[in-house]
Design a protein around this ligand. Structure first.
Ligand SMILES: *Cc1c(COP(=O)(O)O)cnc(C)c1O
Length: 349
């Protein structure tokens, strides 16, 4: 076993979707966000498992990602494209029945001219200043756009992971002011917004990271296990050092294991001399610098030489590891290497 194995529990993903669907409430539909290859875990397999669990609407960032999901799911489920209708995407949007969330008057014009009668939604900016029409733009085109029959009006929260942040209430008020009385289904919340409670749910929620076991969904079932194979063991004399720049020194006789996986695989260099790997329930500190393809682990205290060490598993979540690296679970997940062999477990596998 030369490469590291990333095990993805499809049952846990389905359970997380059902749990988020329950939290979204009985009058709210729950979509699934599978952008960035389902946060690095494999959009085709995961979209199929989520469709089996009951998801009928999927969100991707780019039309190309929508093509992968359409291929996996076949006709039927709605696939929404958050970047909207970008020049050059018309054929893909039309042929694969993707639903762009139009973000600007330019996109509205492009869409209605190129694909008249083709479904679309509208993204309205309520304060994040990333995607979506400004209030004045929306107000200018709303009478005519509402006539064309959008499938969905949506907006996105900037601070949903912080309950009580004043931006949340301000964006909520803006969304109401701009969309009340339109009669069009509305979507406002990703994982964080679902946690903020029913006022934020509207007709459709759009969880992503919570499906994959990440914060801010506290109740998430664990989805990923990442086991790194041990390729070599070293016996060190006191005073010997490990790795680039010799940043760790053995203070007593030590045994270290070199394992496959480095910063080219999404194990951030900031984990150097900081992260912990696990042999079952026994923690083993990462020593020295993370290099491109390998990390070194102190296993002096183990009675045996393990074949693999876990860096994600029951004792260390994606958010724990992200915390050690000084980043967020989202970045850790989406950075997981394409070199890892992805294994799927669960009934959807
Ligand atoms: C990424 C994204 C989501 C999903 O967000 P999570 O925090 O992962 O649940 C929903 N909506 C939009 C517009 C997004 O960009």
């Amino acid at each position: 076993m030369a490469s590291a194995t990333l095990t993805i529990d499809l049952d846990a993903i389905a359970a997380n979707w059902r749990a988020l669907d329950r939290l979204s409430g009985p009058d709210t539909q729950t979509a699934a966000v599978v952008k960035a290859d389902a946060y690095g875990l494999g959009a085709a397999r995961i979209s199929r498992a989520l469709a089996q669990a009951g998801a009928r609407r999927f969100f991707v960032a780019l039309a190309e990602e929508g093509a992968v999901v359409r291929q996996a799911l076949g006709p039927g489920p709605q696939i929404c494209v958050l970047s909207g209708h970008i020049a050059g995407d018309t054929e893909m949007i039309g042929d694969l029945d993707l639903t762009p969330m139009l973000n600007s008057i330019d996109q509205v014009t492009r869409h209605l001219e190129a694909l008249p009668g083709h479904p679309f939604g509208v993204q309205i900016d309520t304060g994040m200043n990333r995607l979506g029409m400004k209030a004045v733009e929306w107000q200018a085109v709303a009478p005519f756009l509402l006539e064309a029959g959008p499938e969905l009006l949506m907006s996105h929260l900037a601070c949903a992971d912080e309950d009580g942040h004043p931006m949340n209430a301000a964006q909520l008020a803006a969304f109401h002011a701009l969309t009340d009385g339109t009669g069009v289904p509305r979507s406002f919340s990703a994982t964080g917004g679902i946690m903020l409670g029913p006022d934020y749910h509207f007709d459709l929620t759009r969880p992503g990271v919570g499906l994959y076991g990440g914060q801010p969904f506290d109740g998430a079932a664990r989805v990923v296990t990442l086991s790194l194979p041990v390729v070599q063991v070293h016996e060190l004399e006191p005073g010997e050092t490990v790795g680039y720049s010799a940043t760790w020194t053995a203070e007593a006789p030590a045994r270290t294991a070199t394992v496959v996986g480095g910063y080219a695989d999404g194990l951030h260099r900031t984990l150097s001399n900081t992260a912990v790997l696990w042999h079952g329930d026994i923690p083993c500190p990462l020593v020295g610098r993370v290099s491109m393809d390998f990390v070194t682990v102190d296993i002096s205290h183990l009675d045996e030489t393990p074949q693999t060490l876990d860096i994600l598993g029951p004792n260390q979540t994606i958010d724990d590891l992200a915390g050690s690296a000084g980043t967020i679970g989202y970045e850790m997940l989406t950075g997981l290497s394409q070199r890892y062999v992805r294994r799927y477990s669960g009934s959807g596998a």
